[in-house]
Design a binder for this molecule. Structure first.
Ligand code: T4K
Length: 398
């Protein structure tokens, strides 16, 4: 395809794609294996509450991550809430604002104040120097988020947590099957939380997990996710229903069998984007180090509008008009969303890197639903847009 600018949908042309190209299309493993497992679940009439498939799923994840305990949970938001409570966090907890809103909500939901901390502009993760500055006498913990699957500075955060007697939890929602310093993510901090939501590179439909090497913490979390029951008739803690069901675990076991294939597709897509976007001034594709493992689930561009002449938001609007549903994760930043925006109206002043990044990032479609043909078209459109930035600025109003 070689479009010219008048053929863009924003100028009256027809969308390049007749079908929507989403960010976050699920990767789905072998259907037959999945349906066989579901049939077995129905035959056995054991649907949830720590059944055979959930147990097998947990053991496989412990093995994969090299951790002592994996507790499967119904989703990562509830997993965060349980881990936060089990760790005894209260008062204030330091979190990035540059994350999905669930990280902040998991705290606020239990009336713990999320204290938004700025990030490192290179890694997009918590900046440990800023973390140190945000600690007050009310601080009880830090939640680092391994954004895009690239690990936080676990050493620096671990050192601060140890020295200041704070609990350290990682939101590893993006980081399944990724490594940091050669070690699988899952074993860092007091505990780590994964998301297996449908949009994640590895899914259990909905789902999540807390993983930890701490025996007593694991025991507490196991009880808490099942209403706090210690036996048939007694509870030891306040608990919640955070259980993963058997069908989700069956999906997880099935998708685990295709993990390498999913990563291979994502890595290929990422590299193809890298090749086709090379040399575009003002556009940078976030980098993944060669010495670690990644799942390449997020193809993230940073747009420098001073150089491209087209803002990130104009580019997103142009792509959307062509049915390419690029996403502005994590715009506008948690601190700009309610209730945090009203609670802390001036927090942006402490978050210059977050504010800058939320204006620059966009995520492009990838995964098993996207092939070379689609990537060629997407990159062609981005090039066309930037090469005609002056004319677009003149003619296009959102
Ligand atoms: N921490 C972090 C850092 C996270 O990123 C997340 C979740 C969490 C914690 C919490 O994890 P969970 O409690 O969800 O396990 C989506 C996901 O819903 C959310 O799980 C994810 N992060 C976030 C980054 O993305 P939305 O509001 O953007 O979802 P939505 O409905 O717009 O879907 C995204 C795209 O995926 C759409 O273009 C359509 C496509 N899609 C979605 C689903 C569900 C499909 O093609 N098929 C599907 O089945 O949040």
């Amino acid at each position: 395809m070689k479009l010219n600018i008048d053929e863009l949908t924003i100028f009256g042309g027809k969308p390049v794609f007749e079908y929507a190209l989403h960010v976050g299309r699920p990767n789905i493993g072998n259907r037959q294996k999945f349906t066989e497992r579901v049939a077995d679940i129905l035959d056995r009439k054991w649907l949830t509450n720590g059944g055979k498939y959930v147990q097998e799923f947990e053991r496989q994840l412990e093995h994969l991550m090299g951790v002592k305990h994996c507790i499967a949970i119904c989703n990562a938001t509830v997993a965060l809430e349980i881990a936060i409570r089990a760790l005894g966090m209260k008062g204030e907890v330091i979190v990035p604002s540059f994350t999905f809103i669930a990280t902040a909500h998991a705290l606020q939901w239990q009336e713990i104040t999320p204290v938004f901390c700025d990030i490192d502009p290179e890694t997009h993760n918590l900046d440990p120097r800023q973390v140190e500055r945000m600690i007050t006498p009310r601080t009880t913990g830090i939640i680092g988020v391994h954004v895009w699957g690239r690990a936080c500075d676990t050493d620096a955060l671990g050192e601060i947590a140890h020295r200041r007697n704070l609990r350290l939890l990682f939101d590893a929602a993006h980081a399944f099957a990724c490594t940091s310093k050669g070690q699988m993510i899952g074993g860092f901090g007091d505990a780590e939380v994964f998301s297996f939501h449908g949009t994640k590179f590895f899914n259990t439909l909905e789902g999540g997990a807390v993983v930890t090497n701490d025996d007593s913490l694991a025991n507490k979390i196991r009880l808490m996710k099942n209403f706090g029951f210690t036996n048939y008739d007694q509870t030891g803690y306040v608990g919640i229903n955070g259980k993963m069901n058997e069908v989700s675990a069956a999906m997880g076991l099935t998708n685990l069998e295709s993990l390498d294939e999913f990563i291979g597709v994502n890595r290929h897509n990422y590299q193809f984007y890298q090749t086709l976007l090379a040399g575009l001034d003002g556009v940078s594709l976030i980098a993944f180090s060669d010495v670690e493992k990644f799942n390449y689930q997020y193809v993230v561009l940073e747009i420098d509008a001073q150089i491209t002449g087209v803002t990130r938001d104009d580019l997103v609007a142009i792509l959307h008009a062509e049915n390419i549903l690029a996403r502005r994760y994590f715009f506008p930043g948690c601190h700009q969303m309610e209730p945090y925006r009203s609670y802390f109206p001036h927090s942006g002043l402490l978050l210059p890197q977050t504010e800058r990044l939320t204006q620059r990032v966009l995520c492009l479609p990838t995964g098993t639903a996207v092939g070379e043909m689609e990537i060629r078209q997407i990159c062609g459109l981005i090039r066309l847009t930037l090469e005609n930035s002056e004319e677009i600025k003149r003619r296009f109003t959102r």
